[in-house]
Design a protein around this ligand. Sequence first.
Ligand SMILES: Nc1ncnc2c1ncn2[C@@H]1O[C@H](COP(=O)(O)OP(=O)(O)OP(=O)(O)O)[C@@H](O)[C@H]1O
Ligand SMILES: [Mg+2]
Length: 504
Amino acid sequence: MAVLSAGEEGNSTPQKRKLRSSSNVSLMKRSPISSPRKLKSSRRCISTSPNAAATENGMGTHKKQTELCNYPAKPLLDTSTPKPKWNPKDGEQVRVVKEALHVSSVPSTIVCRDDQHNVVLGFCKSCIEQEKAGSVYICGCPGTGKSLSTEKVKMLLLNWARESGFLQPDVLTINCTSLANTSDIFSKILGLNQPRRKNGSTTPLQQLQNMYSQKSSSKNMLLVVADELDYLITKDKAVLHDLFMLTTFPFSRCILMGIANAIDLADRFLPRLKSLNCKPMVVTFRAYSKDQILRILQERLSELPYTVFQHQALELCARKVAAASGDMRKVLCICRSAIDVLEAEIRESTCTSDVASEEKLSPEQNIATIADYMKKHEADIVRIDHMARALSKTYRSPVVDTIQSLPHHQQIILYSSMKHFRGAKKETILGELYKSYMDMCKSSLIPPAGILEFSNMCRVLNDQGLVKLGQSREDKLKKVALNVDEADITFALQDIRFFRNYLQ
Ligand SMILES: Nc1ncnc2c1ncn2[C@@H]1O[C@H](COP(=O)(O)OP(=O)(O)OP(=O)(O)O)[C@@H](O)[C@H]1O
Ligand SMILES: [Mg+2]
């Protein structure tokens, strides 16, 4: 695993300015080249605004660049061999794991983006083969792997050109937010084509336009990767337009790869290109689904020689983020935050056991306490409750608020429903659910409500949209199903002391 390199000019990723909404999810059916539909997530994200998601790219600080991570080499373990558990008290291990989950760490394998890679790579290859200019516009929500994929495609293209005996294109990678003046993009492009020469009256754009209007002796194609193109949309649409127009000149040798969040850039901002029939090819990066997130996480974590997360914890994170935004950056951030939660818990219990040891315990009690502590923490991996806490720091939803403000017995009903419906069952009858509720009350020494009161409480939960209650003359036979995400119940109840032990 390596860290994003900033080798090329302008390839820095400064604090991002975003137009984006982290809750917009663009959808693409089978073909990656389509105009996606936008969905609004019902979830509200309070601890991180869309902008914060962006600045998270650098984890609030400057991105670590050019350095290589010292990961232990990928173990040559049979995948069926369970890995040893990690030791979260080992600072070095924690560092390595957090680095593997850092947004600036480039994974050695990129999964789930093969279609997009193939389309973009195929397009660029054909431009090189035919020595023909062209543009491709890569769009999608934040954290959907656009920059990562483009970087990979660029490498694949250069390798392919070398291996197939084509002249390698010159490459210019620009993060548009790093441009002091938007039109600087033209001087950068010009700089690659020819050494900067002062030409009093003509601007770099005009020089490029002149250059691409006449036959040139230069055979090299130029690949321009312009990331964060949204910046040009807001700052200077004319520059954006002129940039894409460069690929339409008769002797242009420019292959432009533009990357942004806006999905309708071509239609809205490049009408002239449209009328010239030179619309860029559009490749959309859909928000990641739960399964894709899980797969990406597992792939990234497979680089580590130990097990850090309980599978269910990863699943919870994947489900929650997929439902909210499908933003992989957020996933990585939440996983790191879950490690922090585990670390804090360990620190807390170490303090508690220190205090206990200062109290006058008999030697037997002391041994029991320490043994207990050791047993509990032997298998310290990030569990579902740690993940739920990390997620709740990021997401809140009206449903979570509603559950948290319910009376205690209604919360118990919801919790026992969640347990009841774990597994394949989706629906039961009230009488059965009542038994689960009674069991939970008994196990926690709480006097249960009678069936009539239970039924009334279920009706209230039904009215709040938290459960679905069917019709029947007899209460006990009413069909009942849970109407909220299990993760929402877990979030909502995890901070209530009564439920904490159950949720662990
Ligand atoms: N398929 C993937 N496999 C592994 N990691 C991924 C994948 N997709 C995204 N990531 C990780 O998620 C983070 C965000 O990805 P990336 O920067 O490519 O998103 P983006 O689409 O360019 O977002 P933005 O629109 O905010 O610039 C990165 O840390 C990247 O390594
Ligand atoms: Mg990006």
